[in-house]
Design a protein around this ligand. Structure first.
Ligand code: HXC
Length: 525
């Protein structure tokens, strides 16, 4: 008798063979032809994605056998073990995560009653275990054949997204044409990462739009990676292809704590904390209408190569991102003088406030670099609600209890002075550079408002105006009056910013603030 024949005659071996055969069915997805089609579109299969995302051999699958129980519209013929999603847990750089990966090869990855049950289970596990949850999204939306069953399953997911918000990090990775409910769950999560060319997000597809509004629109314009990264702000990152998207997801996880009761993960510092970059001393032009790149300032201060910019293409007049200082994670908020002079508009307000609240929820200290002439004036901004949007920034900074540090590099005018992490909305330490200008508005504007009548009447109005502007600048276009008033805590040689911030972060590491008890606040949404 051969070895194989001996084995197959054992009842235990028969059971193991049966299990192996059943397992193989759960790995098949929608079959080789559909996986080929998926590859043809430049997309990986759900299992290939999981393999690329997680540490090798770490994936533990949950509920691979479950099937749907619907019969209408030919659904009897369309039962696949595991249905249209793969769920489980594993590790990324040795740290635990839960995840789900929608399988487009099975009924377009449509969200079904069963998919909902599987995703709910994995989210419940993530919440109870206190680990991040990652969704690999590639789904046509609610499974039409299941009617309210699929809709209710979505509601269960959205409810869980909401409960998990601020407790565990939630990351949505977009890898296909995601429609309807498949974009609302990502919309509720902390970070959305899109893939250029192959991922799309939209509430209603081109066909529905054409029926309702007679408007012809292509998928890319409607909801491509750059549309959502640069225009709507729905997406925080846009990567070139799927491997880059998955690599970015791993990198992002490296900055996040597993849950809101843990500090973010520190790394062994490699960049000396006392490093002083002399180039900082001349980086800000003394002519206050000349621009400079705030990202160069940020990179010279933080640990070498540690900046992970968030929302890079959205509201480029503001900058937010994760970085490290002496190996510890920090959140950076800044204005970008290169774009609209760093003015604060509606999109910048939303971008900044949302990022502050994420950092505060997950114990990430905030460092703010300020150079802004204030809020963007104009009818459009007023009509679109700059008042309530701008209020979000001051609300977010005020309620944030993590360590907060600020550096005024140049303009902190008016509203920008107040809302951008000023001392009186409880920033722990506010520093200024010698180029800092803290005032209600710029010198020219101020003189025009204060002396309009006198200047109109005066014979030598140009001379008088120049003299008044010079006087105004002497008082407000320098940080000394603000420092004398106690509104800033010290004036720094720019090169010493890095060691001074690191020392302050070290002091504040265990900062503890208790806010008034309340059910929840009412942030001006
Ligand atoms: C079940 C669906 C489906 C759906 C598509 N399919 N949409 N099955 N429910 N909602 C099936 C297709 O028949 C096809 O099956 C397979 O999924 C892949 O779809 P394709 O159209 O071939 O793929 P593609 O060409 O890549 O186009 C993808 C798409 C398009 C742009 C997303 O399928 C589309 O517009 N679908 C409708 C999207 C939608 O309106 N969803 C419902 C949203 S309402 P076969 O077997 O032929 O390969 C919703 C409710 C919650 O989600 C809302 C909360 C806010």
């Amino acid at each position: 008798m051969t070895k194989k024949e001996t084995q197959s005659s054992s009842p235990h071996q028969d059971l193991l063979d049966e299990l192996e055969a059943e397992r193989a069915k759960t790995w098949a997805g929608g079959g080789p032809a559909r996986i080929e089609t998926q590859h043809g579109k430049g997309k990986l299969s759900a299992r290939e994605r999981i393999r690329q995302l997680l540490d090798e051999g770490s994936f533990q699958e949950v509920s691979p056998y479950i099937v749907h129980r619907h019969t209408h519209f030919g659904m009897d013929e369309k039962r696949y073990p595991g249905d249209s999603v793969i769920t489980g847990f594993g590790k990324i750089n040795g740290r635990r995560v839960c995840l789900y990966a929608q399988d487009f090869t099975v009924l377009g990855g449509s969200f079904s009653e069963v998919q909902g049950q599987k995703v709910a289970k994995i989210m419940d596990m993530a919440l109870e275990a206190g680990v991040p949850v990652i969704g690999l999204n590639d789904s046509v939306g609610a499974r039409i054949q299941e009617g309210v069953y699929s809709l209710a399953a979505y509601a269960e997911l959205f409810y869980r997204n909401t409960l998990a918000s601020g407790v565990i990090p939630q990351i949505s990775v977009m890898l296909g044409p995601c429609a309807g409910g498949s974009v609302y769950s990502p919309g509720l999560t902390d970070f959305v990462i899109m893939t250029k060319g192959t991922s799309h997000m939209f509430i209603t597809g081109p066909d529905v739009i054409k029926t309702v509004t007679h408007e012809e629109v292509d998928l890319e314009t409607l909801g491509g990676a750059m549309t959502h990264s640069a225009i709507s702000g729905v997406s925080h990152f846009a990567a070139d292809d799927e491997p880059a998207t998955l690599a970015l997801t791993r990198a992002l996880l490296g900055y996040l704590p597993a849950n809101n009761a843990e500090p973010p993960p520190a790394v062994e510092p490699t960049d000396p904390p006392w490093r002083m970059d002399e180039a900082l001393n001349t980086m800000v032009p003394t002519n206050s209408s000349e621009a400079y790149n705030m990202k160069t300032v940020i990179r010279a201060v933080i640990d070498c190569d540690s900046f992970l910019e968030v929302h890079e293409h959205f509201a480029e007049n503001a900058i937010v991102g994760l970085a490290r200082m002496h190996g510890q994670v920090v959140g950076i908020v800044a204005q970008q003088p290169l774009t609209l002079a760093g003015v604060i508009d509606i999109d910048a307000s939303d971008k900044i406030a949302r990022f502050i609240r994420f950092c505060d929820a997950f114990n990430i200290p905030l460092i703010t670099f300020i150079d802004s002439p204030g809020f963007l004036p104009g009818v459009n901004q007023e009509h679109s609600g700059i008042i309530r949007h701008g209020a979000k920034i001051v609300y977010a900074y005020s309620e944030a209890t993590v360590p907060k540090l600020a550096v005024v590099t140049r303009k902190a005018y008016g509203g920008a002075y107040i809302v951008m992490s000023s001392k009186f909305i409880r920033t722990d330490l506010v520093f200024a550079w010698p180029t800092a200008e803290l005032a209600v508005m710029g010198a020219e504007g101020a003189v025009n408002v204060l002396y309009r009548k006198q200047l109109k009447a005066a014979e030598n109005s140009d001379e008088d105006r120049a003299r008044l502007i010079a006087e105004f600048k002497e008082r407000f276009a320098k940080p000394y009056a603000a420092a004398a008033a106690g509104h800033i805590d010290d004036i720094l040689v720019p090169a010493e910013t890095r060691p001074r911030l690191i020392a302050a972060l070290e002091l504040l590491r265990d900062k503890h603030v208790v806010l008034p008890a309340k059910k929840h606040g009412n942030i001006p949404l």
